[in-house]
Design a protein around this ligand. Structure first.
Ligand SMILES: Cc1cc2nc3c(=O)[nH]c(=O)nc-3n(C[C@H](O)[C@H](O)[C@H](O)COP(=O)(O)O)c2cc1C
Length: 189
């Protein structure tokens, strides 16, 4: 039994990206991984809900990769959540489409880790600030994974970025290849 990964990529100005580009470059050739770039596919925000739902159903691990914008994500991801995760499909009594699919948020953060503490400049930790995504995953029955976070993206060195990208690749491979419990019902089996 093999897992597949859907990586939903959300960056409004990819041609200016350094951190997310490095992370994406490191993983996009992985087997059994599909990249779905929201800003590229829907530059006008006209999301094809059926296509998105079919993509979600046909993969086992859901990765959402984006820069941290205003302690959250770029606007396209919010629009995507609002339209794609519908009642009776993703949540609610009949909404079981995503149950059991692991959810990993992978974020690049401009500020350093030292400011994301209770007495620091940003007041809260990044995992705390990602709680709306965690609650969404929980509501949809998706096991929440410890977020993958790259801090200090304004100043990170090329070497630091290479290390972060390698660690992201290792994280995705581990999620994809982790042994599947016999009772676990994967999408592709
Ligand atoms: C509109 C906007 C909002 C941002 N908000 C935050 C923020 O809340 N916290 C933070 O640490 N960095 C913030 N940043 C910095 C980005 O997170 C950072 O530039 C990005 O992660 C770097 O990734 P990239 O090289 O792929 O663009 C923001 C940047 C922009 C453009």
């Amino acid at each position: 039994m093999e897992r597949s990964i859907l990586l939903t990529f959300v960056h409004p100005v990819y041609h200016k990206s350094r951190a997310n580009r490095a992370l994406l470059d490191a993983v996009q050739t992985l087997d059994r991984l599909t990249v779905n770039d929201l800003y590229e596919t829907y530059p006008d925000f006209m999301i094809d809900v059926q296509r998105e739902q079919e993509l979600l159903v046909s993969h086992d691990v859901l990765v959402f990769q984006h820069p941290f914008f205003w302690y959250s994500a770029p606007a396209h991801l919010k629009e995507w959540l609002d339209l794609v995760l519908t009642h009776g499909w993703a949540y609610g009594h009949e909404g079981k489409a995503l149950v059991g699919k692991k959810w990993l948020s992978a974020v690049t953060v401009g500020g350093g880790a030292a400011s994301y503490v209770s007495n620091g400049k940003d007041s809260f930790s990044v995992p705390e600030l990602l709680r709306p995504f965690q609650a969404t995953a929980h509501l949809c029955g998706c096991p929440w994974q410890d977020p993958f976070i790259v801090y200090g993206c304004h100043t990170i060195t090329d070497t630091g970025l290479v290390e972060a990208a390698e660690s992201f690749r290792a994280r995705l491979i581990a999620l994809r290849d982790a042994p599947v419990a016999p009772e676990q019902n994967l999408t592709n089996v």
